[in-house]
Write a protein of this length. Structure first.
Length: 58
């Protein structure tokens, strides 16, 4: 019984560590996605407006 308890505690510690690592990875990926979204948004603003769109804006 003691060895099972020890094994379960070790597994729990490993899972907690993996969870922390995955949370960090998720945060980093979310930051990369936001950065990419901002770059795309900036690029879209530099695109020329088509003549048909200019008329629609008027």
């Amino acid at each position: 019984m003691a060895s099972l308890t020890h094994a379960l505690r070790r597994e729990n510690a490993d899972l907690r560590l993996k969870n922390t690592e995955l949370k960090l990875e998720n945060q980093q990926l979310a930051e990369r996605m936001e950065s990419a979204r901002q770059r795309v948004s900036s690029l879209i603003q530099t695109l020329p407006v088509a003549a048909s769109e200019e008329e629609a804006v008027k």
